[in-house]
Write a protein that binds this ligand. Structure first.
Ligand code: DLL
Length: 432
C-alpha cells in the first residue's frame, strides 16, 4: 500500500522538523556553492545560518525560469560536473532551453519518489509498465523508467510514438499499466478503435498520466474508453521531473512529496500566501537535491491545497490537479479563461469527441474565440437542425461556464491533429 510509510505517513510535527533540517542544509549548499544564490542572499541580507523556522522561508529570494536561462548551462549547479551523473534539459517551448543535473544520490531519490507515486497509484512489482513518454532530454521517460524499475515492475521502455506498435506490444506483452501524457492515452484509444481492438481483451488496468494539464472529464473519458483507472502525476524538470506529486487510489488530488519539496501557494500578483485552500501559484523549494537545488522556484502552475485528510492514510498535503499556468491563462475580453475549463465543458456534451482547438483572434479591436470541436460522424448525416442544436448547446454551456460568448465550429472526426507528447490546443493569433 505504501512505498515509504515512515515518511508518507509522518506526523506534521516530525515532517516540519525534517523539512527545517533539510532546508538548512540546502541553504548552506547553495549559499556556499552557487554564486547566484550567494549574491542574492547578500543583497537581501539573508543570514541562512540564523535560519531557524520554516516561516523564515518568506524572506528568501525567488528563482525564475529566466535565472536558469541567464546561467545557462551549468551556472546554477551546486556540485562540480564530475559529481553529476545525468543531465536533462527542458526543450523550452516558450524560449531558450534550460539545463538541470543530478548526482548519483539525486537519481536514487528521484527513483524512490517516482516509485512512491507508482505504488500509491496501485502498482506493484507484479505490473508490466509500458512507458510511452519520450526518452531523451525530457525527464518523463527516464524519470518514470527508473521509478518503475525501483518498484521492481517489468518495464517496457517503448518511448512515445508509433501507436500501432504500442498497441501490439500492449497485447503481446500483457501490459498492465500505461504511462504517458493524457493526450497520448486518448490517441492510443482512438487508434485501438480504428484497429477494431476491444480494450477489455487487454491486460491493461492502470494509466499514470501527467506532464500536461487535463480535466476530470478527460479522466472519465480515458477511463471509460480504455477500461482503466487513471491517476494524475505532476512534476517539472527545474525541480526534478516527475515525482514531485501524484495521486493515490482515491483519485482526488495529488500528494506532494513534502519530505523532499517545500511547497508554497502564492498569489501570483502580490507573491503573498493565499488563504488556505485558495488557488495560487505553486512555488517550490527543493530539500534534498544536491546537483541542482532551487530556492522558491516560481512554477507558474496554478493549484490549491486540499485541506481534508486523505482516507488513504498518507499525511502529505494534497494539491488539486493543475488548473492551468499563469502564462497559458487567456485573457479574453478581460475575462480570465483556462483551456481546461473549456475542455471540461466540451467533454460533457453528448455528440462531441474529446478533441478540440481554441483559436483566439483580435478583430476590430475585439477578441474573438473560435472553438473547433470534433463531432461524432452521425451528426453530419443528420439534418442541419441537429447540427445547429449541438452548436447552440455548446455555446450556451461555454457562455455560462466562462462568462463570454464564443463561436463554435463542428469538424469531422479525426480532422484535428493528435498528440504523442504534450498537446498544444490553443492558437492565440493576437499580437500584444
Ligand atoms: O513534464 C515532468 C513530468 C513528466 C511530469 C512526466 C509528469 C510526468 P517539464 O517538461 O519540465 O516536466 O514540464 C513541466 O508541465 O510546469 C506543468 O505546467 C506541466 N505539467 C507537468 N505535469 C502536469 C500535470 C515534466 N500532471 C510543466 N498536470 C509543469 C498539469 C503538468 N500540468
Amino acid at each position: 500500500m505504501y512505498w515509504e510509510q515512515e515518511y508518507e505517513c509522518m506526523s506534521r510535527e516530525d515532517l516540519e522538523q525534517l523539512q527545517l533540517e533539510r532546508l538548512q542544509s540546502t541553504l548552506y549548499r547553495v549559499g556556499t556553492h552557487v554564486p547566484f544564490y550567494r549574491q542574492k542572499f547578500n543583497e537581501l541580507k539573508v543570514d541562512y545560518e540564523a535560519f531557524t523556522s520554516l516561516d523564515d522561508l518568506r524572506r528568501l529570494p525567488f528563482t525564475m525560469k529566466q535565472d536558469l536561462r541567464d546561467n545557462y548551462p551549468y551556472g546554477l549547479f551546486a556540485v562540480p560536473l564530475r559529481d553529476v551523473v545525468r543531465i536533462h534539459s527542458s526543450s523550452g517551448t516558450t524560449g531558450m532551453a534550460t539545463v538541470v543535473g543530478y548526482t548519483r544520490n539525486d537519481i536514487k531519490n528521484w527513483s524512490n519518489l517516482v516509485a512512491r507515486i507508482l505504488r500509491s497509484a496501485g502498482l506493484s512489482a507484479d505490473d508490466v509498465i509500458q512507458i510511452a513518454f519520450g526518452y531523451g532530454l525530457f525527464t518523463g521517460g527516464f524519470g518514470l523508467h527508473y521509478g518503475a524499475e525501483r518498484l521492481g515492475a517489468s518495464v517496457i521502455p517503448i518511448s512515445a510514438g508509433n501507436t500501432k506498435r504500442q498497441i501490439k506490444i500492449m497485447q503481446d506483452f500483457k501490459t498492465t499499466a500505461l504511462v504517458c501524457t493524457p493526450s497520448y492515452a486518448l490517441k492510443i484509444a482512438d487508434v485501438m478503435m480504428e484497429m477494431g481492438i476491444n480494450p477489455s481483451g487487454l491486460a491493461l488496468k492502470f494509466g499514470l498520466f501527467g506532464a500536461e494539464p487535463w480535466s476530470e472529464a478527460m479522466r472519465r473519458e480515458i477511463n471509460e474508453r480504455l477500461g482503466i483507472i487513471s491517476t494524475d502525476n505532476y512534476g517539472l524538470s527545474e525541480v526534478m521531473g516527475p515525482g514531485v506529486a501524484g495521486e493515490c487510489r482515491e483519485c482526488n488530488g495529488l500528494h506532494i512529496n513534502e519530505d523532499h519539496f517545500l511547497v508554497e501557494i502564492l498569489d501570483p500578483a502580490t507573491l503573498e500566501p493565499v488563504a488556505p485552500g485558495e488557488v495560487g501559484e505553486l512555488v517550490i523549494t527543493t530539500l534534498t537535491k544536491e546537483a541542482f537545488p532551487v530556492i522558491r522556484y516560481r512554477t507558474r502552475d496554478l493549484s490549491r491545497l486540499l485541506p481534508e485528510p486523505c482516507p488513504c492514510g498518507r499525511t502529505f498535503s494534497r494539491m488539486s490537479r493543475i488548473m492551468g499556468r499563469t502564462d497559458d491563462m487567456l485573457i479574453i475580453k478581460g475575462v480570465n479563461v483556462f483551456p481546461t475549463q473549456i475542455e471540461s465543458v466540451l467533454f460533457d456534451i453528448e455528440g462531441t469527441e474529446p478533441h478540440y482547438r481554441l483559436i483566439v483572434e483580435r478583430e476590430h479591436n475585439e477578441d474573438k474565440v473560435t472553438v473547433m470541436v470534433e463531432a461524432v460522424e452521425s451528426i453530419f448525416f443528420d439534418e442541419m437542425k441537429k447540427q445547429r442544436a449541438l452548436i447552440e448547446t455548446i455555446q450556451r454551456r461555454l457562455a455560462s461556464e466562462l462568462g463570454i460568448g464564443v463561436q463554435v465550429k463542428l469538424v469531422e472526426e479525426k480532422t484535428l491533429e493528435r498528440f504523442e507528447g504534450k498537446g498544444t490546443r490553443v492558437i492565440d493569433k493576437r499580437k500584444f
